[in-house]
Write a protein that binds this ligand. Structure first.
Ligand code: ZN
Length: 162
């Protein structure tokens, strides 16, 4: 079965940035996503389109099809009092905005009462080299299409969560 819109796809992958492994799926624990629903970055999703089980692909994804360019406006200064006693440089935290969405950021610097933080995704501005092997392709269930993501072992059950 080929990868097309609304298929549930399992892949093993290695992600390299500048020749260094940045991320990879664990053995026996593939990445499972719903094709055509923005579950994964566009550059990788487009490269997988039309491939079949057993295919192995290599694709270089530019920032515009990956995590976007770095945006200086995503650097912000937050008051020190918003943080716990220990603020760690380079540590990741989460900010909850007024609409309830949760946004991760990284602490860049602490100066007196000011904490400089970066809301850019860690891989923003990076060119990504993916090597992916397609392990499984299947039709999505009606519920998976409704939710916009695949349901597998360990995912939420039935109706208790969207
Ligand atoms: Zn769901």
């Amino acid at each position: 079965m080929k990868i097309t819109q609304d298929k549930v796809v399992s892949i093993e992958y290695v992600l390299k940035v500048a020749g260094q492994i940045e991320d990879q799926s664990e053995a026996g624990d593939p990445l499972v996503y719903l094709h055509g629903h923005n579950n994964i970055i566009p550059g990788l999703e487009n490269a997988l389109e039309g491939h079949d089980v057993g295919d192995k692909i290599n694709v270089t994804v530019l920032p515009e099809d990956g995590y976007g360019e770095r945006d200086q406006e995503n650097l912000q200064i937050l008051p020190r009092e918003d943080f716990d006693d220990d603020v760690e440089i380079n540590a990741s935290y989460f900010a909850q905005s007024d609409d309830g969405s949760v946004n991760p950021f990284t602490v860049l610097a602490v100066n007196g009462n000011e904490v400089t933080v970066d809301f850019n995704p860690p891989l923003a501005g990076q060119t990504l080299d993916f090597e992916a092997t397609i392990l499984d392709v299947r039709d999505a269930t009606a519920e998976e299409l409704d939710h916009g993501h695949p349901h597998g072992e360990g995912m939420h059950d039935d109706e208790d969560e969207e």
